[in-house]
Design a protein around this ligand. Structure first.
Ligand code: ADP
Ligand code: MG
Length: 192
């Protein structure tokens, strides 16, 4: 059996604000093995995004345990978690979340600024990632000069440029037309 990269035990997340009390996730148990390509399915509001955010250590559970790549996330401090995330996890959002005043190349270079790499190496890595997603001829384009499908491919390049162990995608095709959605899913499957 291959290595378990994400393991959750009785993971629960509750949101409390004023008189509102929402149980977003209740006793969720999940195991993901290295190399798996998994789609999480369920109706809107069923806790999919919550589970992804907890897996990416972008949020902490109310109760329960989560272990990712052998690290118990509740034992990491906030500053260690930021470093841990940058090293191990790539995240792709439905709405791309590119920075509009930066070019495709600059957007992809951004996560590398938190590493020891020098400028020249960062640019080289970013260009390689953009070539890998088929955008080698769009390095100097700004997000507004790209189609939705191309923007999401820039976001994928940004997510993989640090060579993460895990790629988490929250409805990555939700804002795309059918054809671009197929391209993005094919690309993700190929990367996997
Ligand atoms: P999904 O991604 O499956 O649509 P979510 O994980 O986004 O579901 O949300 C699960 C539930 O938690 C929903 O009822 C949602 O309204 C609630 N929720 C999510 N985030 C918050 C938050 N920051 N504050 C309060 N409630 C939230
Ligand atoms: Mg969601």
């Amino acid at each position: 059996m291959s290595e378990v990269v994400i393991r959750t035990r009785n993971l629960t997340k509750e949101y409390v604000r004023d008189e509102f009390h929402v149980v977003a996730l209740k006793n969720a148990n999940m195991e993901v093995h290295r190399g798996e390509f998994i789609a999480l399915m369920g109706p809107s509001g069923s806790g999919k995004s919550t589970l992804l955010h907890l897996s990416a250590a972008m949020d902490r559970p109310t109760t329960g345990d989560i272990e990712v790549l052998g690290s118990a996330l509740n034992q990491l401090s906030d500053s260690d978690i930021a470093k841990w995330r940058n090293r191990h996890v790539g995240f792709i959002f439905q709405s791309f979340n590119l920075i509009p005043v930066l070019t495709a190349l600059e957007n992809v270079e951004l996560p590398l600024k938190l590493t020891h790499l020098k400028k020249g190496e960062r640019v080289q890595h970013a260009a390689t990632a953009l070539k890998l997603v088929g955008l080698g001829d769009r390095l100097g384009h700004y997000p507004r000069q790209l189609s939705g499908g191309q923007e999401q491919r820039v976001a994928i390049a940004r997510a993989i440029v640090t060579d993460p162990d895990i790629l988490l995608c929250d409805e990555p095709t939700g804002n795309l037309d059918a054809r671009s959605a197929t391209e993005v899913l094919t690309l993700l499957s190929t990367l996997n």
